[in-house]
Structure formats: C-alpha cells, structure tokens
Design a protein. Structure first.
Length: 362
C-alpha cells in the first residue's frame, strides 16, 4: 500500500467525526433473539422524531370540582333534634341528613289547617250559590265570585302541600334536611340540640361528588409564556409517590396574577372514579412544554441503560435479533429521553426490562 492510500485511510475516520453529530459505534450481535417467551417479560417501542419537550414543575393541590359541590343551608330556624351523618360519609340524593324542630314549621301547619278549612267553606258556598241560581235568588255574577273564591282556596291548599313536599315538613313541627346530590359529606357544621337561625350564613352540610376532581396549580410569572391550554401534564402526590402517576391536560388558564404570590392559576380536571385523589392533597404537576422547531428521536427514559460513563439501549433488528447500542442523550426527563445520536426514527428498542436483556447480551 503506497503512502498516499495510507494517509487517506488514517484521515477518513477523522472526516466522519467532524460532522454536527458523531456517529455512535454499534455493538456486534451476540445471537440473542426476541423470542415469544422473551416477549412475555419485555416490551418494545418504536423510536419517533418528536418536538423537543421540556417539563415545567408546578406545585398544585387537589380541590373539589365546583360543579359537583352542594351547600346545604337551613330553611327555617329551630332546634336540631337528629343528625344522621358524619363528615366523610357517602350519601345518596334525597338521603336524610338531619331533622330540625321549628316554630316556623308550626305556623305552616296552622296555615295548612286554615287553608283546608277555607277550601271547605268555599266549596259549600259554591254549592249554595248554584242552588240559589237555579231558584233565581242569585245572579251569574254571584256564581262567578263563588267559583273564584273556591279556586283561590284550592290554589292555597296546593301551594302549602308543595311547600311541605319541598321542605320535607313532617309531624310535630319538624322538617327534614336531605342531601340534594349524591356524594361525600365533606363539611359538617351542625350538632344535636344546636339552635340555628334561618338567616344563618354558614352552611349546615357540604356534599360533593368525588368522581371528578380539580388540581389547581400555581405558575410563576417567569413561566407564564410556557403555559397553554391543552398542554399535557402528569401528576404525582406525596401519598403515592412516583409509583402512581395521574395523566391529564390543562383545561383552563386563569389569566390573572395573585397580587401577593405573583402566581397564575391553571386547572387540570382528573377522573377519580377510584377516589384515590382526596381534596387537600398536595401534588407535583409536570407540564409538557414544547421547544418549537426541533425534532429529535425520542425513547422512554426507562429504556436507557447507564454503564461506565456511557449510555446504551437494547435495539431489536428487523429479524428479531437483539444488540446493544450506545446513544448520545441531548435531554432527559422522568418520562422521555431525546437523543443526539445513536438511533433513527423507526428503530425499535426494548423499553421494559431492558437492563435484563442488556446483561444477557454482555
């Protein structure tokens, strides 16, 4: 081999390494294949080029869905004779919460008796006027007046009956407090023998459904430009740690800054059919923020293996063969890794139990 060819052979690798991205070395195939039995303990993922995303960490708190909260106030003043539920109990719509004895209810009972008496008198008067009309001793005008009085008396009886039904008025001058919705008793400000006023401003009970909850998160002024409605989020709590994440999206941005904390509120609605999220829980909210203009190969973070100061993945060939592949990571979050080099779109990597396969390949 002449000196010129030897010189080119030495410089050729140097030319390759002068590009924008270094070409990562590819490990040799050891003969291990992705068999059906191996597929039962591992899973694979296809590399996709996606916009580079960053995660913004916000502090949040679980709150009630305002559309499911019902505040129960007293209708009449009186004395509490029964309290049937405690805070935290689940109640159905219409279920009895408490019973109150009230002098105002006694007035309604008297009104109902008076109305029934007036209706009986009006009906007798109407019958008498009809008989007098037939005998010629009463006029049509007298009949119309008697019919109007009977109709008014009947309407008053009906009104009071509806009041009894709406307010659940019972015997002995009592009325029932019932739940207007199905849900949990999340607030209780009543006890037996307690005296209450009809103009009381504080609710007796607060009942809320927990099938859906809100997470309200605070955004600092410097991060407002990164927030948008529809941005995906993942949420962790102190109670469950990182073992249990809740996925959602920002559905409302409150475009106002708190004058004291200088933060803006955002809201995430979450399905909570299993009641794992309790109002008052503190949360970490990770918001996905896109960096416009950059597309990079992306893999799940748990597919990455770190050893000896280098980072690897386990690749799956088109024939099912497995091999180790060194990669260069541009950015890593708890969920994804964005790669500078080592993989291309369409490559397939092991993303579950990758370390197990990696050790077998070694």
């Amino acid at each position: 081999m002449n000196k010129k060819n030897l010189f080119l052979l030495i410089l050729f690798p140097l030319f390759l390494s002068c590009g924008n991205h270094a070409v990562m070395p590819e490990e040799t195939n050891t003969g291990l294949m992705l068999t059906d039995s191996l597929r039962q303990v591992v899973s694979v993922d296809t590399v996709r080029k996606t916009p580079l995303s960053d995660e913004l960490l916000l502090n949040g708190r679980v709150t009630f869905d305002a559309g499911q909260v019902a505040h129960v106030y007293p209708i009449f003043g009186g004395t509490v004779t029964q309290v049937e539920v405690e805070a935290g109990d689940y109640v159905k719509k219409g279920e009895l919460l408490a019973v109150i004895r009230s002098s105002e209810v006694a007035d309604f009972e008297k009104q109902q008796k008076d109305a029934a008496h007036q209706l009986a008198l009006a009906d007798r008067n109407l019958d008498a006027v009809r008989d007098m009309l037939e005998s010629g001793t009463a006029s049509e005008r007298d009949l119309l007046q008697a019919e109007q009085e009977a109709a008014n008396a009947k309407a008053e009886v009906k009104r009071l009956r509806e009041v009894y039904d709406i307010y659940r008025i019972g015997s002995n001058s009592t009325y029932d407090i019932t739940s207007p919705v199905s849900g949990f008793v999340v607030g209780k400000n009543i006890s037996r023998d307690m005296q209450i006023r009809s103009d009381r401003e504080e609710e007796l009970f607060t009942v809320s459904g927990l099938d859906d909850v809100w997470v309200m998160a605070d955004v600092y002024e410097s991060d407002i430009r990164k927030i948008r409605e529809g941005a995906g989020v993942r949420i962790t709590t102190l109670a469950y740690g990182k073992d249990r994440e809740f996925a959602g999206a920002i559905d409302k941005v409150y475009n106002l800054l708190d004058s004291e904390s200088k933060t803006m509120k955002v809201r995430i609605k979450l399905d909570n059919k299993d009641y794992m999220l309790k109002p008052g829980m503190f949360t970490n909210v990770y918001v996905q923020c896109r960096v416009e203009g950059r597309l990079m190969p992306r893999i799940p973070s748990h597919a990455l293996i770190f050893e000896g100061g280098k980072q690897y993945v386990v690749c799956v060939g088109t024939d099912g063969s497995l091999r180790m592949q060194e990669v260069a990571v541009s950015k890593q979050t708890d969920e994804y890794c964005y790669l500078e080099a080592g993989l291309e779109e369409g490559d397939v990597v092991v993303n579950k139990n990758a370390l197990l396969v990696y050790n077998a390949l070694k």
